[in-house]
Design a protein around this ligand. Structure first.
Ligand code: SF4
Length: 362
């Protein structure tokens, strides 16, 4: 039996709720129980820090204020709104789910965990968060923060990534949910993980509202918990990136394939491997550009979950492309984007935004 199953999580709400009422950070998505807003915030917050999400959240809701607007948005515009947040399948799934909500639920959210869980991009965590926060259901939202808190509270040395650990915690924690305050309890756990029971061996036990209950603190094991599954090392890929800037100040972009990493987004022309400055000009020609001179170079790394790209980037000034209007597609498949296109139209992932900074040095 998991040590989660025998831990008295039922005592937790009485400790956490008063603390949360006074200590919660004022975040915009906490001012509402409207499912659309809670949903957008929860999806944005996956793998992304609160500080980074704040601006995106405000812009996204201003552009797409409700389910119907999200369902109808052009994918290109949606990806531009998401540009820089990463994990772009999250944005596409939002639109797919919004389409289902419009078609099957009249634009409203279903008020059950199972129906929420069935929507694209809504996993156990997000369904639990929406159902508890918006509909006051006893559905724990178990992410890395909650697993860490629970492992420390219960002094649980089992691997928290094992499905049976999560199952045991979900069942035990669900039974502890306080009726009428399910949303506040979910958010109190999130807040405790974000501000007090910090990761990487650094819990602030001295100011923890759950300290009196915590076995990990009492036994001195908290810092070494939770036990996590070993991650696969990331694969390394070398790429050579071409920042091709025309004499009239436009930048060459091309579209990524419709499948795989960063699918359907825009990118700077690039090829696998590390190429020399001497090779850069013929690479540019192979994309259909007419390079005039190399004006800068740089190296940088971009890290994804499973792979890291080691980039060698060359900035080259090129002749203005024949016959291509601003933002028009050249016959070779390059698009020459002006400043307005770069800032307002084409979604260029962070992996290539870093190279754009070379533009300012050139
Ligand atoms: S007492 Fe320390 S280890 Fe235990 S839940 Fe609080 S912050 Fe985490």
């Amino acid at each position: 039996m998991s040590s989660f199953s025998s831990f008295p999580f039922g005592a937790l709400p009485a400790l956490l709720l008063p603390w949360y009422a006074s200590a919660a950070r004022p975040l915009p998505w906490r001012e509402t129980r409207e499912p659309y807003r809670v949903w957008i915030s929860e999806i944005m917050l996956q793998q992304t820090r609160v500080a980074a999400v704040l601006g995106y959240y405000a812009r996204f809701l201003s552009a797409l204020p409700d389910v119907a607007a999200l369902a109808a948005v052009e994918e290109e515009r949606l990806l531009k709104l998401w540009e820089g947040l990463g994990y772009y399948s999250r944005a596409r799934n939002l639109k797919r789910a919004a389409g289902i909500l419009v078609r099957e639920y009249g634009g409203k959210f279903p008020e059950s965990y199972a129906a929420l869980r069935a929507l694209p991009g809504i996993g156990e965590y997000t369904a639990g968060a929406i159902a508890s926060i918006c509909f006051d259901l006893p559905t724990p939202a178990i992410d890395g923060n909650v697993l860490r808190i629970a492992a420390r509270l219960a002094d649980c040395g089992d691997c928290v990534d094992a499905p049976e650990s999560k199952r045991a915690l979900r069942a035990t924690l669900a039974a502890a949910y306080p009726s009428g305050q399910c949303g506040a309890f979910t958010q109190a756990l999130m807040e405790l993980g974000a501000t007090v029971c910090l990761p990487n061996g650094a819990p602030l036990c001295g100011c923890c509202p759950a300290a009196s209950l915590c076995l990990g603190r009492a036994r001195g094991t908290a810092k070494s918990l939770p036990v996590r599954a070993k991650k696969q090392p990331r694969r390394r890929e070398d790429r050579t990136v071409l920042l091709l800037v025309s004499e009239d100040g436009r930048t060459a972009l091309c579209k990524r394939p419709e499948h795989g990493l960063l699918s359907g987004l825009w990118e700077l022309p690039n090829v696998p491997g590390v190429h020399s400055p001497q090779e850069a000009a013929s690479l540019a020609e192979s994309f259909g550009a007419k390079p005039l001179r190399l004006t800068a170079s740089a190296e940088y790394t971009h890290v994804f979950t499973h792979v890291e790209w080691h980039m060698t980037c060359y900035r080259m000034e090129c002749a203005a492309p024949d016959g291509a209007a601003p933002d028009g597609a050249a016959p070779e498949g390059l698009v020459w984007a002006d400043a307005a296109g770069l800032s307002g139209t084409y979604a260029l992932p962070s992996a290539f935004q870093k190279a754009l900074r070379l533009s300012r040095k050139g």
